[in-house]
Write a protein that binds this ligand. Structure first.
Ligand code: PHE
Length: 345
């Protein structure tokens, strides 16, 4: 009897040593067979009672050896197969196969230019402020020193909402100035990107919706020279380190004095002549010192604080940058047009 069980154990030991394990599936079968909850060795432990007393110790020893050799072989195989997981036999994945092409999305040219502008101002401490597109008359006009019946309201044809003369689609991002000044205390240094609306005839050069970036800086002792230097820095970051600017006197109800800033674009090509109407200069933005009336309207004391503001359109700059000739292309969302900007950031 006991000779039988001894030979059975030896047979199992032999089997363990000869078992061929080539992949993770084989390894799992091996584990179940020799180390699982119903493994072959376990059943033999029950045979101890049938072994002669003087051989019980020897038998027990043998069983332990078998168990140990199964465990050792399992651990060894697991380590070597685990590190060879790239083998497609193990994972079913062929790591050498060429990958599926991933097509990159593209940013909208308006976003590309807007993000560049924001980045330039963020680097000198401006923070982004975003506000509502549906505004009220007070923030868009009255607070900005443009009371009702003021002729300057005609400068911007307004979309009013639902027979209302109070609710409107903002005509410029300057409304954000009023929003910020009435809710924050100076020093204020913000940049406000966003969409604006004007009731204009749509053509290749103008649209009823477009984007602006507004800037506002209010603190004690802010001067026109600060504004000029800030805008020069912007122009050189945006249009190249040697870019020249010029400020032409202008009028906006909410700034005094007011100016328009041109950058020197050059007159090298026929296109340059056309774009700059033969002058070489391109108008980029409107700016000025915040009118004391605007500060008062928004609860800031103009005898203590001063500031400058500026506002610029994005579409025209995007069109110049990417040689787009029709503004409508920026709003049609034709995938063939938009794909051309893939990879541009
Ligand atoms: N809001 C003006 C416009 O839309 C631009 C501007 C902003 C001018 C701030 C001066 C100061 O044309």
């Amino acid at each position: 009897m006991s000779a039988d069980v001894f030979s059975k154990v030896k047979e199992i030991l032999n089997n363990i040593q000869n078992e061929k394990v080539g992949n993770l599936n084989d390894l799992e079968s091996f584990r179940i067979k020799y180390l699982g909850s119903k493994n072959e060795i376990k059943s033999l432990f029950g045979e101890i009672k049938n072994v002669e007393n003087d051989r019980k110790k020897e038998f027990g020893q043998l069983l332990n050896d078998v168990k140990q050799s199964a465990e050792e072989k399992y651990e060894l195989l697991k380590a070597s197969l685990g590190s060879a997981l790239t083998d497609n036999e193990n994972t079913g994945i062929d790591m050498t196969a060429p990958c599926e092409p991933i097509s990159f999305g593209s940013r909208h040219p308006v976003s590309i230019v807007m993000n560049r502008i924001i980045g330039i101002f963020e680097r000198i401490g401006f923070t982004v402020a975003e506000e509502r597109e549906i505004e009220d008359d007070w923030h868009n006009f009255t607070a900005m020193n443009t009371p009702e019946d003021h002729p300057a309201r005609d400068m911007q044809d307004t979309f009013y909402l639902k027979d209302s003369t109070v609710e409107l689609l903002r005509t410029h991002t300057s409304s954000v100035q009023a929003r910020i000044m009435t809710t924050q205390k100076p020093p204020i240094r913000i940049i406000a990107p966003g969409r604006v609306y004007r009731n204009e005839t749509i053509s290749s050069r103008s649209h009823c919706q477009f984007h602006q970036v507004e800037g506002l800086y209010i603190d004690k002792g802010v001067s026109f020279a600060d504004m000029k230097q800030t805008l020069l820095y912007f122009a050189r970051e945006m249009y190249g380190p040697k870019t020249d600017i010029r400020l032409r006197p202008s009028f906006f109800p909410f700034t005094e004095p007011s100016a328009e800033m041109d950058v020197y674009w050059g007159l090298k090509t026929e296109d340059d002549h056309r774009i700059t109407k033969g002058t070489g200069w391109l108008e980029i933005l409107g700016c000025g010192m915040v009118d004391p009336n605007v500060l008062t309207n928004c609860g800031i004391d103009p005898t203590v604080y001063s500031g400058f503001a500026f506002g610029m359109g994005i579409e025209r700059q995007a069109m110049l940058q990417f040689k787009i000739t029709d503004i409508r292309q920026l709003f049609e969302n034709d995938a063939r047009f938009l794909k051309q900007f893939s990879g541009v950031i």
